[in-house]
Design a protein around this ligand. Sequence first.
Ligand SMILES: CC(C)(COP(=O)(O)OP(=O)(O)OC[C@H]1O[C@@H](n2cnc3c(N)ncnc32)[C@H](O)[C@@H]1OP(=O)(O)O)[C@@H](O)C(=O)NCCC(=O)NCCS
Length: 193
Amino acid sequence: MNDNLHAEDPKPDDSLAIAVRDMDINDLAPVYHLGEMLFTSDLYPFIYRTWDQWEVIGLYNTDPEYCLVAESDGKLAGFVLGTIINKATWTYGYILWLGVNPEFQRRGVADNLVDRLVERMIDDGARFMMADTDPENLPAVKFFTRKGFNNVRRHVFLSMNLSKHEYYGKLIAYEREKADRAVWKRPRRPSKT
Ligand SMILES: CC(C)(COP(=O)(O)OP(=O)(O)OC[C@H]1O[C@@H](n2cnc3c(N)ncnc32)[C@H](O)[C@@H]1OP(=O)(O)O)[C@@H](O)C(=O)NCCC(=O)NCCS
């Protein structure tokens, strides 16, 4: 885990004026860059949770009401991006990404963001909240536990290196053969004589 991205102890003077508001178009790049700093591959080793600009743009497009930012003194302190999942029996709120600028960590920013999001999701019919993270991500695990998330399930992810797959080998051989044939068939320049 990237320890230097986590504040170990709250600062003695941790009073902080935090304003939580809807994310707007001007926040897209700053939120993306803050996430780039926070969501490193040691926290999210699996591609299904890879942070990229489409996460921000996509969720801003599909779920703008669940994209919130926290500001302190005009500075981006953190963000939360979520979505609602409607099933026949329940409506679930899902926290997809939560990130706090290391400068502002351990000062209640995530607390504020999640409180606002949960209230909004309850208003919209959610009766169950979900969040996920790597079990090694202790700050996040502690954070969510303290917020009342429980019923922790460990999930097993499996992966396979496809460069060792038989079909991949055939594809490479085919492409190589095609390239060789292209070189072989290249028309020669007409001779000048
Ligand atoms: C997890 C994260 C969002 C917490 O944000 P935060 O604003 O620092 O959290 P808060 O100040 O609201 O903390 C509330 C509680 O969470 C727990 N917590 C937060 N950071 C912690 C840390 N580094 N170590 C241990 N507990 C921690 C504590 O119980 C804390 O209460 P306390 O300060 O009274 O002890 C932040 O560390 C972060 O951005 N991490 C990187 C991205 C990430 O892992 N996101 C979550 C999964 S998407």
